[in-house]
Ligand binder design. Structure first.
Ligand SMILES: Nc1ncnc2c1ncn2[C@@H]1O[C@H](COP(=O)(O)OP(=O)(O)OP(=O)(O)O)[C@@H](O)[C@H]1O
Length: 604
């Protein structure tokens, strides 16, 4: 067993800050954003606009707030939501019924509306987000249709198809917002606050988690993200924003009816976010404004206007998959490739794992995993000693990956128990296991393709209980240190899907290392690598084990296994057939028969 305390002491010193040179600093962006906001918001006070135009702008502003919710749930978290008009309607009806029927103050009714939308979003998220894709689409559609039916048929409360009229605008600090221009100003302030929140979100832990879930949910969960929580938060925030938009819409137009909040409106919101660019706050607002203004601009076409309108939307969506905003910001993305990073200034990676006792770090006791009649893992027991490299080998289909998946919670065991560092983890979820310090890589690389290299690795660094300082900068520094360890720091700002295969493998290992693992699970790390890359991988694994990290790996490359392993366990048909040092195991007759099948190898 290696001494984990041998880690370079210098690496534990506070890391110096490493700066890249982004095109614009955050401060400049915020200043620009505020200036533009003030200009746009006060413009109607100085420019003479007809009541019709003011109405269109009010509609665009309130719709945009709801569409920003779609940016969060669809653009960031990748969850389909075809019920946004429901949440929009909850906000609107709370204000309408609250102020007109119950005589409540607007602001109280607004809070009620937001509360109702948030609760509905939370409940819908909680009950449906265990399902994904088509199922989620169908459930949100059903939710939308039920809401529509309730609005039309529960007429004692909603006033049915006639709708609610006479909704009054709020007053602010005693100032009545009857003038459309002032009400528009209020809507713009609300919109700006929403844009700022949605723009800022991806830079937070939660926002980064959402993007990771969108890109690869399984990898996000295994890296320590509570994916269900992230999805529910996305749904809840999205519903809350829609509620806000709906409330201001209702007060702005004084009259609402069920037609404003039906399935067609939800599809409109979806189209708006996709058209503008689902992954950007600005895209959502752009798409909303365009879809509201386009019919006005095309009105001169008279009868053919609807056809041209539809065609324009289809063409934009087909030829601009990232939306119009994606096209506009492409030059900025190109500049990103030229960002430089001072690799020498990055602190060395601290991999220190305290060895408090000599008991095995991992104990698998009589674990079985059956898929119907297939006994993929059939009563396997093994122990992994601290600070060792332990390999799991066996012929194809012998149950290796299934064992690893049961180990980190992707599959729950049919029976048996698993103890990690004296804690029973058998019934824990993958993210909870990651939170204890179990890192993992996959046989088929699972990264977050459209995120940058450093963002990918930051996801690993933000697992629960990672012993690093709080805050974004500490996460980034940890990620850069992990990248430096695998010699990928100079590529930190590149988008990960543009890297060659071998580099992507290293990024995946760095992501696991950034989480300060006490146990690293590697599933065929050498798969797909050429001879040079395999040699480099072998050296990297030796460096890792030299730091005292415990590694449990599956690998088919016997040369690599012999080179780095302290102990080998061999599986065949889901059962353990041999265990011991490489010398013992690779000469074991059962192993030669079952796995190696080449007596010549035994003689080497
Ligand atoms: N989700 C699943 N559903 C049904 N059967 C499965 C599932 N996953 C694995 N199996 C079966 O379990 C057995 C063990 O598969 P597993 O992938 O664990 O083997 P392996 O040793 O990792 O193979 P390889 O070396 O080819 O990756 C195989 O027969 C496989 O078909």
């Amino acid at each position: 067993m290696k001494d984990s305390q041998s880690t370079d002491v210098a690496s534990m010193a506070a890391p110096p800050s490493v700066k890249t040179r982004p095109p614009f600093g955050t401060g400049t962006k915020i200043a620009f954003f505020i200036m533009l906001g003030v200009l746009v918001a006060i413009a109607p006070l100085f420019v003479s606009l007809s009541p019709y135009i003011l109405n269109i702008l009010m509609q665009a502003a309130t719709y945009s707030v709801a569409v920003l919710g779609m940016t969060i749930v669809l653009g960031y978290a990748g969850q389909i939501n075809l019920a946004q008009a429901t949440f929009f309607g909850l906000g609107a009806y709370a204000v309408a019924i609250g102020t007109v029927v119950l005589g409540l103050n607007f602001w109280i009714a607004l809070l009620m509306g937001i509360g109702m939308a948030v609760v509905a979003g939370f409940v819908l998220g909680l009950t449906t987000l265990r399902l994904g894709g088509h199922y989620l689409a169908m459930i949100t559609i059903s939710f939308q249709i039920i809401f529509d039916l309730v609005l039309v048929n529960w007429s004692q409360v909603t006033q049915g198809p006639d709708g609610v009229a006479g909704i009054e605008r709020p007053s602010l600090f005693g100032f009545e917002l009857i003038d459309d221009r002032y009400y528009l100003l209020l809507c713009m302030v609300i919109l700006y606050a929403a844009i700022f929140m949605v723009w800022w979100l991806p830079q937070t832990r939660t926002g980064r988690g959402m993007r990771a879930v969108r890109e690869n949910e399984l990898a996000a969960e295994v890296s320590g993200i509570n994916t269900l929580r992230v999805k529910v938060v996305a749904f809840t925030m999205s519903a809350g924003l829609a509620g806000v938009g709906g409330a201001f819409y209702a007060a702005g137009f004084a009259y609402i009816s069920p037609d404003n909040f039906n399935f067609t409106r939800s599809i409109e919101f979806l189209t708006m976010v996709l058209l503008g660019g689902a992954q950007s706050a600005f895209g959502g607002v752009l798409g909303t404004s365009l879809l509201i203004l386009l019919p006005e601009w095309l009105r001169f076409l008279k009868e053919v206007y609807l056809a041209v309108y539809g065609l324009a939307v289809i063409l934009i969506m087909v030829f601009l998959p990232a939306g119009i905003w994606g096209l506009l910001r492409a030059p900025l993305d190109r500049r990103r490739k030229r960002l430089t990073i001072d690799v020498d200034a990055i602190a060395a990676l601290d991999l220190t794992v305290p060895i408090d006792d000599q008991s095995p770090i991992l104990q698998i006791n009589d674990v079985r995993k059956y898929f119907g009649g297939v006994k993929a893992v059939d009563g396997v027991s093994l122990q992994v000693a601290r600070g060792t490299v332990h390999a799991l080998i066996g012929p194809n289909g012998s149950g290796k990956t299934t064992t690893l998946n049961v180990l980190n919670g992707i599959y729950s065991a049919t029976s048996g128990s698993i103890t990690f560092d004296s804690t029973g983890i058998t019934s824990m979820s993958p993210h909870e296991r990651a939170g204890l310090g179990i890192g993992r890589t996959f046989q088929n690389i699972r990264l977050f393709p459209t995120m940058s290299v450093v963002e990918n690795v930051m996801i690993g660094a933000q697992r629960a209980n990672n012993p690093i300082e709080p805050g974004r900068e500490a996460l980034r520094q940890r990620a850069l240190s992990a990248l430096k360890f695998v010699e990928m720091a100079d590529k930190a700002e590149l988008i990960v899907q543009n890297l060659p295969y071998g580099h992507q493998r290293l990024v995946e290992i760095a992501r696991a290392l950034a989480g300060h693992p006490r146990l690293l699970l590697l599933d065929e790390p050498a798969a797909g690598l050429n001879q040079t890359e395999k040699k480099e991988l072998g050296d990297l694994l030796k460096r890792l084990s030299g730091h005292g990290l415990t590694i449990f790996l599956i690998e088919h490359d016997i040369g690599l296994i012999e080179q780095i392993s302290d102990k080998i366990t061999v599986l065949n048909f889901g059962k353990k057939i041999a265990e011991g040092t490489p010398q013992e195991v690779l000469r074991h007759p059962d192993v030669i028969t079952a796995y190696l099948g080449a007596p010549a190898h035994a003689a080497t």
